[in-house]
Design a protein around this ligand. Structure first.
Ligand code: SIN
Length: 488
């Protein structure tokens, strides 16, 4: 039976139970699900699998905890988050080792994610005590208008596998700072890092019921059972647009507040006046961070014809030098993709693009041997209408298309239902700002291949989602506005 037990993952003990109402515990059914190391495809843990009864118990606990948690002082919440930040910082190596073991990203990148993810805890510890309201007078002078902010209430966080810590801290940090208790449903492929995070919150002294963790391999059972209960007041999801639409439809029944960080199809635009070397470095970051498994990855590289050859040759050379391997060792730039299913999906997208006329300049094959590896790949001559240009690749495959003018490059960039991120390279300030204004996305990287920052609002427009996470906007997602009319 899986109860208070833990498992050793690369030397770090990780809890494998559910965490409900301040207690680590087995699932109601005793069921578990397996977690694999993508670099070896070996089993590394069996984790308790929550079912609908567990989900209900977690909501009972969160609902009870809400009464007192919302009344805690902002300072108390800030200090809890700050203590958690310090615990995570002191255990960075352990978090990174577990992250690499379950998700596959190279250790250096895992350390980067721990620093990035933990920054949300520090950021929201600083935001907790800065929630403001307003005080005014109505025009007729009869009433004072007092506007205050109040926590939304029990919140469900459904987090993805690609950034198992950072996508949790970005949601949970904001919710706790605002005074909302949370129920976390981590991705079934990567539940272990989240267990470490919850353990850090527990050690920091989070009250019982304020944080609940219900891993499960049956995500829709958990979300449907929680969202059909009107006591749940918020759902925050990071994942595909398809699942996001389903959750929004479910949220309609009880008008639950919703934040959706959904799919992207990020264009990376190199304008005619770009610094080509800088653009190549930016593209390496934007494409190969996390092995391309990010919704803010550059999905389509679009280069002005004047610089296309120079850019492509230099980019291909840089990609040829990237080393793929088990991320535990030194000198790995790109780890495995998350699992065999994802590797096969990427391989099909590449094969179809090649059948449609694209040219493989680097990579483009499934290597023999264990582990769900797909090599860093560059395709040129990619048809903008092809599947690989329309779909989110979510892997280490770069596609390059050529535009005849800067205007056409922007037009090609915007030719997608998504609008999460766009990157543009130009040496002219006017040109860069013109492009940033024209690009249809919630986030624009100008002359850089990375936009993610705890202090900035992360989120998209169009089919890429609703709401923003991080920055001063992040806490707003967990606050309601209350207006009090005071008779003068
Ligand atoms: C994501 O891929 O969902 C988020 C990546 C980031 O925060 O940088």
């Amino acid at each position: 039976m899986n109860d208070l037990s833990s498992v050793a993952v690369d030397g770090t003990a990780v809890r494998t139970g559910l965490f409900i109402d301040g207690e680590w515990q087995p699932s109601a059914s005793g069921a578990t699900f397996p977690v694999y190391d993508p670099a070896t495809e070996r089993l590394i843990a069996e984790v308790a699998a929550a079912n609908a009864d567990d989900a209900r118990r977690a909501l009972d606990a969160a609902h009870r905890a809400q009464k007192s948690w919302r009344k805690t002082s902002p300072r108390e919440r800030a200090e809890l988050l700050r203590r958690t930040f310090e615990i995570i910082q002191s255990r960075s190596d352990e978090f990174a080792a577990v992250l690499t073991a379950e998700m596959g990203k190279p250790l250096g990148e895992s350390l980067g994610e721990v620093a990035y993810g933990n920054e949300f805890m520090r950021w929201f510890s600083e935001q907790a005590a800065h929630v403001e309201g307003t005080f005014g007078q109505n025009p007729a002078g009869q009433t004072n208008i007092i506007v205050t902010r109040e926590p939304v209430g029990p919140s469900l966080m459904i987090t993805p596998w690609n950034f198992p810590l950072a996508m949790g801290t970005r949601k949970v940090g904001a919710a706790l700072a605002a005074g909302c208790p949370v129920i976390i449903k981590p991705a079934a492929l990567t539940p272990l890092t989240m267990a470490l995070f919850v353990e850090a919150l527990e050690e920091a002294g989070v009250p019982a019921g304020v944080v609940n963790l219900i891993p499960s391999d049956r995500a829709s059972v958990i979300s449907s059972s929680l969202m059909s209960d009107a006591r749940l007041r918020k759902v925050s999801f990071t994942g595909s647009t398809g699942v996001g639409s389903t959750l929004l439809a479910q949220a309609a029944e009880h008008v639950q507040n919703s934040s959706m960080e959904l799919g992207g199809n990020g264009p990376f635009v190199v304008l005619s006046d770009a610094d080509v070397e800088a653009a190549v470095e930016g593209a390496i970051t934007a494409k190969f961070r996390n092995g391309g498994q990010s919704c803010v990855a550059a999905n389509r590289i679009i280069v002005h014809r004047d610089v296309a050859e120079r850019f492509t040759e230099a980019f291909v050379q840089r990609v040829e030098a990237l080393r793929m391997g088990d991320g535990r060792g030194d000198g790995t730039d790109v780890g495995p993709v998350i699992d065999g299913k994802q590797r096969d999906r990427i391989a099909t997208l590449v094969d179809d693009a090649v059948a449609g006329g694209a040219t493989v300049r680097v990579g483009g094959f499934v290597p023999a041997g264990a582990g769900s590896f797909y090599p860093p790949t560059v395709l040129t001559g990619v048809d903008p209408g092809s599947e690989i240009s329309r779909e989110e690749i979510f892997g280490p495959v770069a596609t390059i298309a050529v535009a005849d003018s800067d205007e056409q490059a922007i037009e090609m960039a915007n030719d997608t239902p998504f609008g999460l991120v766009a990157f543009v390279f130009s040496q002219g300030l006017d040109r860069a700002f013109w492009a940033a204004g024209e690009l249809e996305a919630g986030m624009i990287g100008v002359n850089r291949g990375l936009v993610s920052d705890a202090a900035a609002p992360f989120g998209g427009i169009k089919a890429s989602g609703l709401g923003r996470e991080g920055g001063a906007f992040g806490i707003e997602e967990y606050l309601e506005t209350k207006y009090v009319a005071l008779n003068r």
